[in-house]
Structures are given as structure tokens and as C-alpha cells.
Write a protein that binds this ligand. Sequence first.
Ligand code: THU
Length: 158
Amino acid sequence: MKELAIKYSRYKDTRRLSEAQRALLAEARKALRKSYSPYSGFKVGAAVELANGKVLSGANFENASYPLCLCAERVALAAAAAQYPGVPVVRMALTVSGGSKAQTQPVAPCGACRQVILEVQYKQKQPMELILRGEKGEILVIPNGGDLLPFGFSGDFL
Ligand code: THU
């Protein structure tokens, strides 16, 4: 039997984050204000830092036809693709607010967003660091976002 391991760091608070990581998490928190989430009441904010130093953010955008809801991660990544096509995404920070309880665990990107993160990495040929936090509490830093989708589907299969 083989075993897979992934690299990540877990921090109690923002003190040991780099300046860039802390700033991006603050941008993700600001992006919560952009959330359009009248159906779930669950706000998700995402911020991306690009290789050219630009920072963009996005939030979840829901729809009365529920399956059409857009996740914050994909809104932020689409904004980056639209405004700076071809510029690698170095890191993405993610946070939440407004759930049924104060979210103290780092938020987990959904499966569809993991697939999109994998695609972005495939395209840019470099990993995207993920910085995940709930409303407060611990922070997870995952140097290679693609690690969240082991055995994922990619263009290599086509
Ligand atoms: N959501 C995100 O924005 N990102 C995720 O990774 C998980 C879920 C949003 C979608 C929906 O608007 C709300 O959270 C509740 O599922």
C-alpha cells in the first residue's frame, strides 16, 4: 500500500505569516463585503496575488437557481484571468463569515474549486499557495494548492 502526504503549515494567528500572506488575507476579508449570498447567508471572500504584484479579489455570487452559484475562489481566479491573462497566480487567500456558527476552522475550497485551482496551476506551470482561515482562529498555509486534489483530472489525460 502506498501513502500520500501533503505539505502545509498551521498557525494559531497571523503573527508568523509573511507580510504578503497577511496582506492577502486582509484583502480576502475585505472582499467579504462583495459577497452576494442572499440564499445561504454564507459569505466567502477570496483574494489573489499575481506574479506582477497585482492583487485582485472576489466573493461568492449566488443565484436563485442554486446550482449556478459562483464560488469566491472561481470569481477571483476569473477576474485574474480576465484582467491579467497569462500572469501566474502566486497565492490565494480565502475566508468566510455569516455561517450558522462562528467559523473557527480554516475554510476548505469545494471540490469544483480544487479542480479549477489545479487547472490554473497546470496552465501557469507553477504552484499556487493557499492561505485558508475561518472568521478567526487557525490559519492553514498550503504551498501547493493542487495537493488538495490528489489524482485529479488534468489536460494530461486528453
Ligand atoms: N462557497 C464558496 O464561495 N467557496 C467554496 O469553496 C465553498 C462554497 C460558497 C458558495 C455558496 O454561495 C456558499 O458558499 C454556500 O455554499
